[in-house]
Design a protein around this ligand. Structure first.
Ligand code: PLP
Length: 394
């Protein structure tokens, strides 16, 4: 067997999302893509704003020699300065360019951070439901992911996080706006988590890092303003990317930023730079770095996703689905009628509607709808969603 037992085992565990992908391909071949309603992937439907294409052109046209060569593993100093300046304004705390690493998307950044802070057997607490890749990222670096159920409204439960922390806890990994629930954590929630982690760190005698995964930070609805995790807790590391805010996930560009009050920031920055190199990323893509330096603060229009949320969430609620109304990102996480998410996802498949069962996110009894699709796909799926609720056995 050419594939390691470990990878074979992990691949089996990730089979739900793969299965939906394969089902989607099969249904599209059989019925035509326009007759399949695919809500299985968080791939943004929007094109990047025109400024993005212009910035790529301008970066390509830069006259200086050597622009395609290797660079410092943490990224171009000038780009890191531009990003530090923006993050300082955005989060209301001072960021330094030398505590910042340009990375290959948030996924790359999370792997850099976890490689740098985990010893074998160390634990990372995540709030369930969680983004499925977390379990693999933690496993990549010999860690153990520990799921802590969310409290009401899918918000993190500070007391439960505090209770779950032990001597092996190296980090808590939070994600807001959240995939898969679309829930946004406000400042009060973050402050309560910060308090809980301060107490837990004092008890365990180890600094527990808060790793804040925020690629959806700028996709907020109903006039919400983003909160600042750095104001809530000192030992915080931000991981983010432009996959969703600029709608360029294929370009693989992101940032890791160490908070100004994070102890041993210089040592961490050195470790991140080393990890970025030896994980084989070497440095984040050069052209992308130079382009996004010109684009700090730019975002796709979140009102487009907000309208899609209104359309779908409104229709599902009117049909009788129980769903927490999301405040950002582009996901819904309704309760599966009847409680069996796998059975209900299969029922939706008979309407040619593809979603992902909550079991894939550590939260059985729900399902995830990624509504970053065209309006006509949402409109086309609404009658099928309603039929499934009226007649779950059909
Ligand atoms: C919560 C969360 N974190 C990280 C990522 C990875 O993002 P990137 O494309 O920047 O690697 C995603 C992508 O969907 C995500 O939903």
């Amino acid at each position: 067997m050419p594939v390691s037992r470990r990878v074979a085992e992990l691949m089996k565990g990730s089979s739900w999302i793969r299965r939906m992908f394969e089902e989607g391909a099969r249904l599209k071949a059989a019925h035509g893509a326009e007759n399949v309603f695919d809500f299985s992937l968080g791939n943004p439907v929007l094109e990047p704003p025109p400024e993005v294409v212009e910035a790529f052109r301008a970066a390509l046209d830069e006259p200086a020699a050597g622009t395609h060569r290797y660079m410092p593993n943490a990224g171009y100093p000038k780009v890191r300065e531009a990003v530090a300046e923006f993050l300082t304004r955005d989060y209301g705390v001072p960021f330094a360019a030398d505590r910042l690493l340009m990375c290959t998307g948030a996924g790359g950044g999370l792997n850099v951070v976890l490689k740098s802070i985990l010893d074998p057997g160390d634990e990372v607490l995540v709030v369930s439901p969680w983004f499925p890749e977390y379990q693999f990222y933690v496993d990549n670096h010999g860690g153990r992911m520990v799921a802590v159920p969310a409290g009401p409204g899918f918000l993190p439960d500070p007391a439960a996080l505090e209770a779950a922390a032990g001597p092996r806890t190296a980090a808590v990994l939070l994600n807001t706006p959240n995939n898969p629930t679309g829930v946004v954590y406000g400042q009060e929630t973050l402050d309560a988590v910060g308090e809980a982690l301060r107490r837990a760190s004092a008890r365990t005698g180890r600094v527990i890092h808060l790793v804040s995964d925020e690629p959806y930070r700028r996709i907020l609805f109903d006039g919400r303003r983003p909160a600042s995790v750095f104001r809530a807790y000192g030992p915080t590391i931000l991981v983010t990317s432009h996959s969703k805010d600029l709608a360029i996930p294929g370009e693989r560009i992101g940032v890791v930023a160490i908070g100004p009050d994070c102890p041993d920031g210089a040592a961490l920055a050195g470790a991140f730079t080393f990890a970025n190199r030896v994980l084989g990323f070497v440095n984040a893509p050069a052209l992308q770095q130079r382009a996004v330096a010109r684009l700090q603060g730019l975002t796709v229009d979140p009102r487009i996703y907000e309208r899609k949320r209104d359309l779908l969430c409104g229709a599902l609620q009117a049909a009788g689905y129980e769903v927490v109304r999301p405040g950002g990102a582009f996901y819904l996480f309704p309760r599966a009628p009847g409680g069996d998410d796998l059975a209900f996802v299969n029922r939706l498949l008979r309407e040619r509607i593809l979603v992902v069962p909550g079991s894939g996110f550590g939260a059985p009894g729900h399902f995830r709808v990624a509504y970053c699709v065209e309006d006509r796909e949402i409109e086309g799926a609404i009658p099928g969603f309603a039929r499934c609720l009226r007649d779950p056995g059909a």
